[in-house]
Design a protein around this ligand. Structure first.
Ligand code: GAR
Length: 208
């Protein structure tokens, strides 16, 4: 069994999708062992507690510098013997120190089809605002490994979602969550835990 940590900052609907998948027996070789929030009042913490998952709050501003924060995060991951880190709406940047320690073991869900609408500044509703501003007819979600380039790591899964003419950032966000994010993230976690994702030359290969 691989131990999974989910890092959150907000509502935690993607965390909920993982909890539901675990309860449905869809993550065969993994267990949600720890939820770390960058905010003390994130509703995601409630979801974790209701599911009986250990929770911790790690505030970036509580640490004097990046090195102290990194050390605290790595110590927490070591304490729970974490094998896979899932960023599910986590709004604190993960430093290279942590990325190096967990190379190809950190998964992020991004609410657009990378390489569109991604990189610094593209998070949450901003992503959907940008997609609507551009007038794209299709958007979607991407699950990828995290490397030192913001939203630039090897892509694991992607799913396209239709953009409607009367969409607001909120309606588009909701459709992308429902049709893509909440499906792709549990699927990617399940594949990882089954040892079915390989990375070669910066690209993933899904084994069947
Ligand atoms: C999700 O749409 C996720 O893709 C996005 O934040 C939302 C979190 O919602 N993440 C990013 O924008 C990362 N760049 P949730 O807390 O309900 O899962």
């Amino acid at each position: 069994m691989l131990n999974i940590a989910v890092l959150v900052s907000g509502g935690g609907t993607n965390l909920q999708a993982l909890i539901d998948a675990q309860n449905a027996g869809q993550i065969e070789n993994g267990a949600l062992s720890l939820v770390i929030s960058s905010k003390a009042d994130a509703y995601a913490l409630e979801r974790a507690k209701q599911a009986g998952i250990s929770t911790r709050v790690l505030l970036r501003r509580a640490f004097a510098g990046q090195a102290d924060y990194d050390a605290a995060l790595l110590a927490l991951l070591a304490e729970y013997q974490i094998d896979l880190v899932v960023l599910a709406g986590f709004m604190t940047i993960i430093s290279e120190t942590v990325i190096r320690e967990y190379e190809n073991k950190i998964i992020n869900v991004h609410p657009a089809l990378i390489p569109s609408f991604c990189g610094p500044g593209f998070y949450g509703l901003h992503v959907h605002e940008a997609a609507l501003k551009k007038g794209v007819k299709v958007s979607g979600a991407t699950v990828h490994f995290v490397n030192e380039v913001c939203d630039g790591g090897p892509i694991i899964l992607q799913k396209a979602v239709e953009v409607c003419q009367d969409d607001t950032p909120e309606t588009l966000q909701r459709r992308i969550m429902e049709q893509a994010e909440w499906k792709l993230l549990p699927e990617a976690v399940s594949l990882f835990c089954a040892g079915k994702i390989a990375v070669e030359n910066g690209r993933t290969i899904i084994k069947d």
